[in-house]
Design a protein around this ligand. Structure first.
Ligand SMILES: Nc1nc2c(c(=O)[nH]1)N[C@H]1C(S)=C(S)[C@@H](COP(=O)(O)OP(=O)(O)OC[C@H]3O[C@@H](n4cnc5c(N)ncnc54)[C@H](O)[C@@H]3O)O[C@H]1N2
Ligand code: MOO
Length: 420
């Protein structure tokens, strides 16, 4: 049976990068850049004052107590003008008049004289004014031509602030991956308003996958529920292909049972199986195949096998399709001893906390059977245990990851800017 690492490697070999499309910056939140963005201009675009005060020429320090005539006034938004020397009243953000190169805050001056209209006419410095004090130089934040954001960056609100400041109207992003979901099982009732018949259950994998894939930036083309027969499954997969799905995610009918027709149905469709059964828990019976230019993730129907398939197989593939590298790894001290079975990689629902020294701690939730949905709803993270197995004492360093992506605790961004 293939290991998780080899399965992931195999998957990533078959990933096709998505096309690039233009996107207005105002609509780019959550999209992934397809190309590097270089700055079209200097930011700030002109030398300006960091304080409300007076601009002066200070090639060398100007002494405390020195007096200066005030020749004019410059507000933010005023065009550049010649200073003619002396002091100019200046506001924060205002362009420095030509010939002036230092600013004294108004509260570090004494107003000696006013004009009839109330404007300042003469000031005295309370402190020495150093050259370049309180001036923000053109290009000191971003130089024209500099890299602003690299391809593969997921655009967050902070990026939008910079893109807007640079007057960038649109960016080239990766088009959204298109995903179709097909859930198998005649026991499934997809309509929560319909009372359950004998032997039926409400379908939960489809709504979960649609929500999680949407959160990951995919366009969910369809979410169908089909019965336990090969032909209905085959036509659902064909519909998904026809709709242009890049990924087809199916759930159920992939294990050993008499109604587990998915492997045969995919073979009939001409799909090339990359692997069937992975040395993991939960989710072992998973099958992944390539069908023309689409990938088919045939996840086991058990809800936690679906959670693992989405988080540890589909999520890395979606990242690679958008040109994003692997997620950074996070580690935590295990608080709850574990005894994982050797030879399998374990993915466990957990919560993560931080102690007073800032170290992360992971608590594996007590109920890990893969049919249980409630612990998943209470989890904040996954703990990943290696194939070594054996007794893992409290205090063992383990890999933790966010429930959906990114860092293993809410609100923190990983290095690719993906919010956990
Ligand atoms: N003899 C063996 N039996 C099983 C093995 C095995 O190795 N030998 N593996 C077990 C493991 S592990 C898993 S995981 C499951 C996977 O089975 P299938 O992929 O064939 O999935 P189903 O039988 O269709 O469903 C499993 C389980 O999940 C429920 N389910 C299915 N779809 C949904 C849905 N959309 N929403 C909510 N719940 C769903 C379904 O009713 C079943 O209870 O096989 C084991 N058996
Ligand atoms: O692969 Mo499973 O262990 O029942 O989810």
């Amino acid at each position: 049976m293939i290991s998780y690492a080899d399965a992931l490697h195999e998957l990533l070999q078959h990933v096709r990068r998505l096309d690039a499309v233009s996107c207005p910056v105002g609509e780019s939140l959550g999209r992934v850049l397809a190309c590097d963005v270089a700055s079209p201009m200097d930011l700030p675009s002109f030398d300006h004052s960091a304080m409300d005060g007076y601009a002066l020429h200070a090639a060398t320090p100007l002494a405390a107590g020195s007096e200066h005539a005030v020749h004019g006034s410059q507000a933010a938004g005023d065009a550049s003008q010649a200073s003619g020397g002396g002091a100019w009243e200046i506001m924060t953000g205002a362009r420095l008049p030509h010939g002036l190169d230092a600013v004294v805050p108004v509260e570090r001056t004494e107003l000696l004289e006013r004009r009839a209209d109330g404007s300042p006419a003469r000031i005295r410095l309370l402190d020495t004014l150093m050259p370049a004090a309180n001036v923000r130089y053109a290009g000191s934040d971003v130089a024209k031509g500099a890299l602003v954001a690299a391809a593969g960056t997921r655009i967050e609100a902070n990026h939008i602030m910079l893109l807007a400041a640079l007057g960038i109207a649109s960016v080239t992003v990766v088009r959204a991956p298109r995903v179709a979901i097909v859930c198998t099982g005649k026991e499934l009732q997809p309509d929560p308003a319909t009372p359950l018949g004998d032997g039926e259950i409400y379908a939960s994998n489809g709504p979960y996958l649609a929500a999680a894939l949407g959160m990951l930036g995919a366009t969910v083309l369809s979410c169908e529920t089909v019965d336990d027969t090969g032909p209905t499954f085959v036509s659902a997969v064909q519909r998904a292909r026809g709709a242009g799905a890049d990924l087809i995610v199916t759930t159920g009918a992939v294990s050993m049972g008499r109604y587990d027709f998915v492997p045969d149905a995919l073979a009939e469709l001409g799909a090339r199986v990359l692997f069937h059964k992975v040395a993991i828990r939960p989710g072992k019976p998973q099958l992944v195949a390539v069908l023309d230019d689409a990938m088919v993730f045939a996840l086991p129907g058990t809800p936690m096998a679906v959670g693992v398939g989405l988080r540890f197989f589909i999520t890395p593939v979606l990242r690679a399709m958008r040109g994003q590298g692997p997620e950074p790894q996070w580690h935590a001290m295990l608080d709850t001893p574990q005894q994982p079975k050797p030879g399998l990689r374990h993915f466990l629902r957990a919560s993560v906390s931080q102690d007073e020294t800032g170290r992360l701690h992971a608590q594996v939730l007590a109920q890990q059977q893969p049919f249980r949905i409630q612990p998943f709803s209470q989890a904040g993270a996954w703990v990943v245990l290696s194939e070594e197995g054996g007794a893992l004492e409290a205090g063992t360093r383990v890999v933790v990851t966010g429930l959906h992506s990114g860092a293993p605790f809410p609100g923190v961004l990983d290095s690719s800017g993906v919010a956990s």
